[in-house]
Ligand binder design. Structure first.
Ligand SMILES: NC(=O)c1ccc[n+]([C@@H]2O[C@H](COP(=O)([O-])OP(=O)(O)OC[C@H]3O[C@@H](n4cnc5c(N)ncnc54)[C@H](O)[C@@H]3O)[C@@H](O)[C@H]2O)c1
Ligand SMILES: O=C(O)CC[C@@H](O)C(=O)O
Length: 386
């Protein structure tokens, strides 16, 4: 689904046993970008969905988990592209560049008068410099941390808020990024606010009239995360009364376009050839690895599991994270006189995944009845033999 860079699709096209088809009725896996899957009925054959990108709010992750469908994303693969557009936009907005270019284009037809008109008219676009202004960064993950570090190089003061910051990010973040202990502290300190959090029930509408009331007059908000983080009617009022100076959004819709001082961008955050290729390649490799070996890397709903694939017969079981699952699975294997060579069990929230390499040699392709036996264990969701 969507426009997936060729370098990613080639991962399958050059491999045995795979076909790529954007109209497959019964696919083993789905790779997509922003297509909305919330109303999609998944065929029972679907085993994995890979989002070539960061946000997975277009995928019904919980429903997938309940069916044992592993959902992947590509953490960090498009972060540099988004960071570059944000820094570009912060400076462009500060210099009223979009309005200035639009006005200049409208001078077409004025002939020799244009240079004079330009000199007379440019005063309406006088901007301000970003040097010495404060940038608030909400969410210091792959994108937010890059933005925060690079904004320091523009001589901005940077304040960040992320109560769930990862250890990796914390190590990579400049010590000159100030830490906000509350989001209100960040709101109150910032001339520019950029948000880099996933859309969840906790973050939906985080920009609302209460939030705006704490902000500096004329604050500029950049939203390259998801439109639903912003309460649009509260934003409309804040733009109208000047509380918010400008609202840059990568998620335009009928309601937002035309609001006073809104800068709508057609979801270009990740739209560079480098980023599209990084995402496609990462998504395709993760998907292929999972389908062929059962190994899981960068899943949002099952834990990472990796045992080097030696070609031994492999059993994978997605199941609920409840006591005695491993005992029941290994008991089933022993009924078939199967000897375990290696095993990993990893849980994530209410669900878990067990991957087991079998030591026995086989002539045929299947171990008759084993999949059914494993699937009949209560709380097993999906069993595969590879
Ligand atoms: N415009 C685009 O094209 C584009 C491209 C990439 C990502 N995105 C959006 O940007 C989001 C962030 O991407 P990323 O790659 O940085 O993701 P990420 O997972 O690396 O980082 C998200 C960060 O948000 C933090 N966070 C979560 N809830 C928070 C909260 N309530 N308050 C503060 N911090 C919170 C997490 O701890 C994490 O550090 C994605 O979920 C996606 O929606 C948009
Ligand atoms: O695919 C895109 O162009 C956008 C991806 C972006 O929204 C993401 O969440 O990574």
């Amino acid at each position: 689904m969507n426009n997936i860079a060729a370098v990613g699709l080639n991962v399958f096209e050059n491999a045995e046993n795979f076909q790529v088809n954007d109209e497959a009725v019964s696919p083993d896996g789905i790779i997509l970008r922003s297509a909305n899957l919330h109303d999609t009925e998944f065929d029972s054959n679907v085993k994995a969905i890979a989002r070539a990108g960061a946000g997975v709010n277009n995928i019904p992750v919980q429903a997938c988990t309940e069916r044992g469908i592993v959902v992947f994303n590509t953490p960090g693969a498009n972060a540099n592209a988004v960071k570059e557009l944000i820094l570009t936009t912060i400076m462009a907005v500060s210099r009223n560049l979009f309005e200035g270019v639009k006005w200049t284009n409208e001078l077409k037809g004025q002939g020799d008068m244009i240079p004079k008109l330009v000199e007379a008219g440019k005063k309406q676009f006088v901007g301000r410099e970003v040097k010495g202004k404060t940038l608030g960064v909400i969410g210091l993950g792959h994108i937010g941390a890059l933005v925060a570090n690079n904004a320091l190089d523009l001589d901005m003061d940077v304040i960040g808020f992320d109560p769930f910051i990862s250890v990796d990010t914390a190590w990579n973040l400049s010590r000159n990024v100030q830490r906000a202990l509350t989001i209100e502290q960040l709101f109150a300190a910032s001339d520019y606010i950029t948000v880099h959090v996933p859309l969840t029930d906790n973050t939906r509408n985080m920009f609302n009239k209460e939030a705006f009331s704490v902000m500096k007059n004329g604050a500029v908000i950049l939203n390259f995360s998801r439109g639903e983080l912003v309460n649009e009617e509260d934003m409309r009022a804040a733009l109208e009364n000047g509380k918010i100076g400008k609202y840059v959004t990568d998620f335009p819709n009928e309601n937002v376009i035309g609001m006073k001082n809104v800068i709508p961008i057609p979801h270009l955050g990740a739209s560079t050839s480098e980023s599209e290729e990084n995402c496609a390649l990462m998504a395709a490799r993760q998907m292929k690895e999972y389908l062929e070996t059962g190994n899981i890397k960068n899943s949002v709903n099952f834990g990472n599991v990796e045992i080097p694939f030696t070609g031994k017969r492999r059993v994978t079981v997605a199941h609920k994270n409840v006591p005695n699952m491993v005992g029941q699975i290994t008991a089933a294997l022993s009924e078939y006189s199967l000897n375990i060579a290696d095993m990993v069990n990893r849980s994530k929230g209410d669900y878990a995944y067990t991957l087991i390499d079998i030591d026995n040699q086989f002539n045929g392709d299947v171990i008759p009845g084993l999949t059914e036996k494993l699937s009949s264990i209560p709380d097993v969701i999906l069993a595969r033999i590879i």
